[in-house]
Design a protein around this ligand. Structure first.
Ligand SMILES: [Zn+2]
Length: 317
C-alpha cells in the first residue's frame, strides 16, 4: 500500500478481507475439533476410577486428607467434580464462569492500574483510536489503557463482557515522547491490536477453544496452539498495515529487537542479510524448533511478511 494513499473505511476493509492469513480459518477449525476432544478427555478424567470425582469421595470418606497444595492440583478441579455430580454440564458451566471471571479480572486490573487514553490524556493516541474504530467500522470503540510494565515493550488486546480493551505498555507509548517523537510506531503497534479485535481473536468464542487445546499434550499444546497463534499474528500485522498505510511498519519490529532508544539506528537490510544467512543443518533445526513453539512468528519471518509487497502469507514453519 502507498503511504500517501487516503484511507477510507471501504478501502481499509476491502484490503483486510484479502489479507487474512490463509492458515487462520483452517487452524480455527482444527482447534475446535481438538478442543472438543480435550473436553471429552477432561470429562472422562473427572469420572474415571482415579479421577477428580473419586478423589473427592476419598476425602469425604476421610481416607485421603489434603496435606499440600500439590496433592489436589487446584480448587478448580474439585469444583468441576462437585458440579459434575449434579450433571455433566457442570464442567462446561464451571469452565465458562471461570473464564468470564478471569477475563473481567484482567479488565478490572486495567481500570485499577492503567490510565485510560482520552481526549485529555494521550490525545495523539486517542485520535488514532477514533480513526481506527471508524476505518474498521467497529460498533464500539475499544478502551485503551496505558500501563507501566517494568520495561516490557509490549501491548495486548483482550475482551471482557460488554467491551474490548487494549493495553499499551507505557514503554511503548514513551516512543511518542522520547527523542524520536515517534507516534507513528505507537500507532502501528496499536493498529496490530485493533487487528486482533476486528477478527474477534480476543473474544470468548475464540479463546475458549484455544484454552481447551492446551489440555491436549504435544499436538494441541505445543504444535497446533502456537501455530494457530502465529497465523493470527500475521493477520493482525496485515490489519495494522491496512490501517496505517504501512507507515513505520518495520519500526515496530526493529523496536522488538533493539529496544526503545536504539531501534531507529538499525539497518534493516543488514539485519535481514545476517538473519537469513546460510545456516548449517543444526542451526536450521534450532530455528525451526524455536519458531514452532513460539506464539509469535520469529522476527525475521515477521519482518519478511511485513515487507512483502505482494502481501503473500507469512511463513508459519
Ligand atoms: Zn498480536
Amino acid at each position: 500500500m502507498n503511504e500517501d494513499q487516503v484511507l477510507t473505511p471501504e478501502s481499509v476493509q476491502s484490503e483486510i478481507r484479502r489479507t487474512r492469513h490463509r492458515a487462520e480459518l483452517p487452524m480455527y477449525a482444527i482447534t475446535i475439533v481438538l478442543g472438543i476432544i480435550a473436553a471429552i478427555i477432561l470429562y472422562i478424567y473427572t469420572f474415571n476410577d482415579s479421577g477428580a470425582l473419586e478423589q473427592i469421595k476419598d476425602v469425604m470418606a476421610g481416607e485421603n486428607i489434603i496435606e499440600s497444595s500439590e496433592e489436589y492440583q487446584s480448587i478448580f478441579t474439585i469444583l468441576v467434580a462437585f458440579v459434575s455430580m449434579v450433571g455433566g454440564v457442570g464442567i462446561a458451566v464451571i469452565y465458562v464462569v471461570t473464564y468470564l471471571v478471569g477475563s473481567y479480572k484482567l479488565y478490572a486490573s486495567r481500570m485499577c492500574y492503567g490510565i485510560r487514553v482520552s481526549e485529555k490524556n494521550y490525545p495523539e493516541i486517542y485520535a488514532k483510536v477514533k480513526e481506527f474504530t471508524e476505518l474498521l467500522g467497529l460498533k464500539k470503540e475499544p478502551e485503551v489503557y496505558v500501563q507501566q510494565s517494568n520495561g516490557s515493550v509490549n501491548a495486548f488486546a483482550s475482551w471482557a463482557p460488554g467491551r474490548t480493551f487494549i493495553q499499551l505498555n507505557a514503554e511503548v507509548v514513551d516512543l511518542g515522547y522520547m527523542e524520536n517523537k515517534d507516534f507513528d510506531t505507537v500507532a502501528f503497534i496499536m493498529a496490530h491490536e485493533f487487528g486482533h479485535i476486528y477478527f474477534h481473536h480476543v473474544h470468548m468464542h475464540y479463546r475458549i477453544w484455544t484454552t481447551l487445546i492446551g489440555y491436549v499434550p504435544i499436538v494441541g499444546a505445543m504444535i497446533i496452539s502456537p501455530l494457530y497463534s502465529r497465523s493470527k499474528e500475521y493477520t493482525a500485522d496485515r490489519v495494522a498495515q491496512a490501517l496505517t498505510g504501512g507507515k513505520n511498519q518495520v519500526e515496530g519490529m526493529k523496536l522488538l529487537c533493539a529496544g526503545r532508544h536504539g531501534y531507529k539506528y538499525i539497518d534493516i537490510q543488514d539485519y535481514l542479510e545476517n538473519a537469513n544467512q546460510n545456516y548449517n543443518i543444526l542451526e536450521k533445526i534450532a530455528r525451526f524448533v524455536i519458531n514452532m513453539m513460539a506464539s509469535h512468528p520469529v522476527t525475521p519471518y515477521r519482518i519478511a511478511a511485513i515487507m512483502d509487497e505482494t502481501k503473500k502469507n507469512g511463513k508459519l514453519l
